[in-house]
Design a protein around this ligand. Structure first.
Ligand code: SAM
Length: 289
């Protein structure tokens, strides 16, 4: 059991959130902490150097990124143990949220050092706060796998979740990811994309997955910039439909009496909101059995 209170003579590790676009989103406390620490650990020192220059802060910067975090941690811990305050920042938003810093924070806590958050911008929270999707319970998934097969497997696993799902996605993969959501979770599943939040071209796209995909494809800026992808959780009735697999099987069986399997899966997917591919597979299994 460990309780760390203010007053420790050793240094404090501050986890400082920085803007996700609009530089005015830096908090007054973030500026004062960044101005007061001995060292700032940053994911990309060149990138953060520009932010600090904009803020008129001139402090020694050390790089702490995914590739060197384990090696650098001891050096930063030594400075904290010697009494120096250190701030950790990432390229944008809140450190450790799909960003480096976990090893440092973990080790600092193991050492019994004081770790103090300076809260501020975070893309997933900003996106959720304006999306109009339920926020009472949500699941943040971070980045989906880059390869299509891995991404679809991950989406299939999440399909029955009844809570709002939140992903980060790169502009190169946004169209493919939305297409995969439509295919695995149903073309009518409500999704909201938050693009370039807090920046000049901030845009929210919302609607059924296929509808959003079409809008994004038609928008010449559609696949540019940074995206948060949010997906409305599966309807309770829908997930109980899955639990009571008999109903889905019955629906598939009835449709299959009149239609080819592909069409059966498509219509069943529209009716239930379940994934077309899985329904197709289920229909094949039913036919074989
Ligand atoms: N630590 C950051 C945070 O607190 O949000 C996230 C870092 S993660 C490496 C970067 C991803 O966050 C981007 O690929 C994008 O999905 C999302 N993101 C960051 N800034 C954004 C913005 N202004 N608008 C939309 N998404 C953003």
């Amino acid at each position: 059991m460990q309780v760390i209170k203010p007053g420790d003579t050793r240094g404090t590790l501050y986890i400082v959130a920085t803007p996700i676009g609009n530089l005015e989103d830096i908090s007054a406390r973030a500026v004062s902490v960044l101005s007061g620490v001995a060292v700032i650990a940053a994911e990309d020192t060149r990138h953060s150097g520009r932010l600090l220059q904009h803020l008129g802060i001139n402090k020694p910067l050390v790089a702490l990124h995914d590739h060197n975090e384990r090696g650098r941690v001891q050096n930063i811990l030594d400075q904290l143990l010697a009494g120096a305050d250190v701030a950790l920042i990432s390229d944008a938003g809140t450190p450790l949220i799909s960003d480096p810093g976990y090893v440092l924070v973990r080790e600092a806590r193991v050492e019994g050092l004081r770790v103090s958050p300076i809260p501020g911008p975070c893309a997933l929270i900003a996106a959720l706060s304006a999306a109009g999707l339920p926020t009472d319970r949500f699941l943040f998934v971070g980045f989906l796998p880059a390869k299509r097969s891995g991404r679809r497997t991950a989406l299939e696993e999440l399909r029955k979740e009844t809570v709002t799902l939140v992903f980060y996605e790169s502009p190169h993969r946004i169209l493919d990811t939305v297409a995969d959501i439509a295919e695995t979770m149903g073309e009518h599943r409500e999704i909201v994309l938050g693009r370039e939040i807090t920046k000049t071209f901030e845009t929210f796209y919302s609607g059924g997955a296929t509808q959003v995909l079409a809008t994004l494809t038609d928008d010449p800026h559609g696949s540019r910039g940074e995206f948060v992808v949010m997906v409305r959780g599966a309807e309770k009735a829908e997930s109980s439909l899955m639990a009571g697999a008999l109903d889905v099987d019955r629906l598939l069986s009835l449709l299959m009496e009149e239609l080819p399997i592909k069409k059966t899966a498509k219509i069943a997917s529209s009716l239930t909101g379940l994934g077309k591919n899985e329904l197709y597979q289920r229909a094949l299994d039913l036919k074989d059995s």
